[in-house]
Ligand binder design. Sequence first.
Ligand SMILES: Cc1ncc(COP(=O)(O)O)c(C=O)c1O
Length: 374
Amino acid sequence: MNRHDVPTPCYVVSLPALDRNLEVLGSVQKRTGCRILLALKAFAMPAVAGRISAALSGTSASSLHEARLGKECFGGEVHACVTAYRDDEYDGLLSLVEHVVFNSFSQWERFGPRALSAGKRCGIRINPEHSEVEVPIYDPCGPGSRLGVRRRHFREELLDGVSGLHFHTLCEKNADALSRTLSAVEARFGDLIPRMEWVNFGGGHHITRPDYDLDLLCSLVTGFSEKYGVTVYLEPGEAVALNAGILTATVLDVVPGDPDVAILDASAAAHMPDVLEMPYRPEVMGAGKPGEKSHTYRLAGCTCLSGDVIGLYSFDRPLAVGDRLFFGDMAIYTMVKNNTFNGLRLPSIAVEEADGSVSVVRSFGYGDYKNRLS
Ligand SMILES: Cc1ncc(COP(=O)(O)O)c(C=O)c1O
């Protein structure tokens, strides 16, 4: 089987593409001595955990379940960075992780003592109030943010037991954004950093993008860790599986519109939610911008939502029922976010080897839909 005959809809993760990303991330670790964790919220696929854990230092978890997956399947260090811990899950979480990051001093006061007595390394998430992200829902430093402690709310008198600071402020950014962010972090929190053993620079570093400035990243990380004598952690999600997966879908119908609409067996709303949430227009292999090629279509999902629309694309040939399309960069923030709206079947999950052969590691059916609602 290959990507042209695997049953659709299906996420197909390319192992060579994933390995290329891991090689880049591994080289950053080697050059700088930093530790890179996979942020499981972006990509959490047990079938490829072995190659990820061989290359990286561990995982970062935003919930009990992610921490368990990190521990069970990925190994290495597991860091918890949870917006608010809950009492009924906390002891279970502590048994799985090495680092615990607290998003507020009230959480630190409430949950810190148990973490310290369990021998965990504890950190505070800070908010340097420096925005680099243009899309407000993805900007942790936007007005009214609940993510991280601002300097004016910081309680230095409670720092006993805190060995690290964590910030996460970026999204799909190059190293220049990290450089400006570090200046903001140092301006607001620089006096506290020498008291720390580690600083986590969060995610949002698009390290595996072709134009990413790896040299600048490496000099920033090395400079920071030498200046303050701290271990630097990075916890990218996207960069680990960037451009390492596609979603393949089949045209179910073509209906008249302005332009005509191709209805697919995949859905923006259910299977690629960031297309609507961000929003953005994913690449479709072989397709052009509207009007660029002879036949322009609106590509749309098969749910009842009027807005379940992926975008306008043009093709060399007219689209017909049964045609197969490939959406690019669909490994990240897709499988982890998808849903069964309208009772749609979840896309299967497959891996693709270097020779193009594809094997399905999981397919879904009625039971998965029913179980979530029963
Ligand atoms: C705390 C934290 N760390 C890491 C990440 C991963 O970010 P990305 O997938 O953009 O690299 C996120 C994403 O929201 C995050 O909130």
